[in-house]
Design a protein around this ligand. Structure first.
Ligand code: SF4
Length: 453
């Protein structure tokens, strides 16, 4: 049996890729490959970096679907299904809107793939795929060992991705991750994670967990297991640990060099509305960031604009704050109503969704605001986000922030990473803005019945 794994892109501008600077290994693909029996021939195509050979013979296609890639994923599925090849889909988006994905696939996986993948493959081999595969029973993340040679022929970022846990115990209203995991947080055995990292031979890791410190005690266990490895790693965390000096020190001892922190808003009322008031629990952002810096941790701060208190002034203040605080990197995104989240339901009930199923609408663009903000026009919010990125990644700002020796340039190597990432982000701003979702596939797909928007 031949299995083709596809990781779809958001879209394409002709032959140009979606982004240049951030292509990372799609870890979920290596995990699926590792769960696949040895007698199945596995091929993998990364739609972000290459053209999919639709006519290459295969017996089953598996596509990982996120909301931003859903339209393109469905179009890819139609190409294969038109050639008589069955298609299975899984991922966050499929779990959050299963009925939509079911219409475009022969089978879908709801929730984690590990418990059902072998059964699904056996059913495909026997020509008896069921429409839905869903794991029941307690979740276990023991025994995972991604098949990384899958990535050998690609020029991904020189950083190895690894997973410690899935989910998060917090309940931010816009977050599709916590909606998928229902505010639960499940961990792999710490020893297995450390063993896997050592076995890769890599010294640089991105631990992909959405919030590595949602359960601080488990984060401590991980740090203690990683400290002897002598590695460098980055991850995603929340700011509520700012006063936990022991954990901050352990993170650094384990090789953590920086964390992505969802700061979201400077406005307490906005934080309350999104269910993230706890962001200010350890004190002001200035105080919390000072503590991270004192420990030598670089911070990638992310902001989201479009909550009810957001105004032009507040957005401009946020950019000035990010520059003053010399954040290592920052993201300034408008609020995105992902299906299955409390935010989506709230905006829908209030009649504020301009494109209720924006992810299926070919007229939707990357960067487009698809709901009506309270104090700004949608176009105005889009322009303010773009302007925020331009100001933060302006040359003057990049060199000014490099002057934070403690967190951004503590070593020559770190300063080099800082410059590489910031310069990459500088050039990527306009590359991704405005691209139509799903764009860039052959005509043949467009001739099919339109997707139900
Ligand atoms: S802390 Fe992060 S991962 Fe957790 S619910 Fe909030 S946004 Fe999602």
């Amino acid at each position: 049996m031949r299995l083709t794994l596809i990781y779809p892109s958001v879209g394409r501008n002709g032959d140009r890729p979606y982004v240049r600077a951030w292509q990372m290994q799609p870890l979920s693909m290596a995990l699926l490959a590792s769960l696949t029996p040895d007698d199945v021939e596995v091929r993998f195509y990364d739609d972000r970096m290459e053209t999919i050979p639709f006519d290459e013979p295969t017996d089953l296609v598996a596509i990982s679907v996120e909301t931003f890639t859903a339209l393109r994923a469905y179009r890819i599925a139609r190409q294969f299904r038109a050639r008589g090849v069955p298609v299975v889909m899984g991922g966050y988006h499929v779990t959050l809107v299963p009925e939509e994905a079911q219409a475009e696939a022969d089978a879908i996986v709801v929730g984690d793939a590990e418990p059902v993948w072998r059964e699904l493959l056996e059913d495909a081999r026997c020509g008896r795929l069921r429409p839905v595969y869903q794991a029941n029973g307690p979740k276990s993340l023991s025994g995972l060992r991604p098949r990384r040679p899958l990535f050998d022929r690609y020029n991904y970022q020189n950083i190895t991705l690894v997973e410690f846990a899935r989910g998060c115990n917090f309940t931010c209203d816009f977050c599709s991750i916590t909606a998928f995991h229902r505010a639960s947080h499940h961990h792999r055995p710490v020893a297995e994670v450390a063993e896997e990292m050592a076995a890769t031979g890599s010294r640089r890791f991105f631990i992909v967990d959405d919030n590595i410190v949602s359960q601080p005690a488990r984060a401590r266990d991980l740090c203690r297991a990683l400290a002897p490895l002598g590695i460098n790693w980055v991850g995603q965390a929340s700011i509520h640990i700012a006063r936990d000096d022991e954990l901050l020190a352990l993170l650094v001892e384990s090789g953590c060099r920086g964390v992505l922190i969802g700061m979201e808003s400077l406005d307490p009322a906005n934080l309350r509305d999104m269910g993230k008031s706890w962001n200010l629990a350890p004190g002001s952002y200035e105080e919390s960031l000072r503590r991270f810096r004192e420990h030598g941790l670089a911070v990638y701060g992310t902001f989201v604009f479009g909550y009810d208190n957001d105004t032009r002034g507040l957005i401009e203040d946020s950019v000035a704050f990010a520059r003053e605080q010399k954040l290592f990197l920052a993201a300034f995104n408008h609020l995105i109503p992902f299906p299955g989240t409390p935010l989506y339901r709230r905006l829908e009930e209030q009649g504020r969704l301009l494109k209720p199923r924006w992810w299926l609408d070919p007229s939707s663009r990357v960067g487009e605001v698809v709901f009506r903000p309270r104090q700004l026009e949608p176009d105005e919010l889009e322009a303010l986000c773009l302007d925020a990125r331009r100001k933060f990644y302006a040359w003057g700002s990049i060199f000014e922030r490099l002057r934070d020796r403690r967190a951004n340039a503590s070593t020559l190597l770190l300063a080099g990473v800082y410059l590489g990432l910031n310069i990459g982000a500088h050039f990527d701003i306009d590359l991704r803005q405005g691209m139509s979702l799903g764009a860039g596939l052959p005509e043949r797909v467009e001739a099919h019945e339109p997707l139900p928007v």
